[in-house]
Write a new protein. Structure first.
Ligand code: RB5
Length: 152
């Protein structure tokens, strides 16, 4: 599975840790930036957008996005039509984001979760699959909102 990673300056350290963690498990990991933890100009919308677009275009299967809280970078990713990015701070929500919401991207806050919890959260995200059925109907309703606003 191909996994795209992105972060702002606040998330670089945790992003690199999680990339190594998933590489060891056999995932094909690519870093879409940002790359310099001292660059305060590396705002979260760009990596959020790049990762979301790579998934929407079929170049990547899943994404992991990290900023200070996980909020800004997930908000940016969710602006790309067809993308569902979930901010998760514990494994239960990470599991449900796959099983019920069919999210392609998990976002976390480097100022919220520690390394070991973050690794547990991404493992849970990658170990679970969409259940479909009644949940597919609800996800389709989300897609319909994009269509109604001419964005899909
Ligand atoms: C950067 O200081 C911080 O605002 C950003 O990493 C993120 O938490 C925004 O949602």
């Amino acid at each position: 599975m191909k996994v795209a990673f992105g972060s702002d300056h606040a998330g670089i350290e945790l992003k690199l840790f999680l990339m190594e963690h998933l590489k060891e498990k056999g995932y094909e990991c690519t870093d879409y930036g940002n790359y310099d933890p001292n660059d305060r100009g590396d705002d979260y919308p760009l990596p959020g957008r790049l990762v979301a677009e790579a998934i929407a275009e079929g170049k990547e299967d899943r994404g992991v996005l990290i900023c200070g809280t996980g909020l800004g970078i997930s908000l940016a990713a969710n602006k790309v039509p067809g993308i569902r990015a979930a901010v998760c701070s514990e494994p239960f929500t990470a599991k449900m984001s796959r099983c019920h919401n069919n999210c392609q991207i998990i976002a976390m806050g480097a100022r919220v979760v520690g390394r070991e919890l973050a690794a547990m959260i991404v493992d849970t995200f990658f170990e679970n699959e969409f259940e479909g059925g009644r949940h597919a109907v609800r996800v389709d309703m989300i897609s319909q909102i994009e269509k109604d606003y001419g964005k899909a």
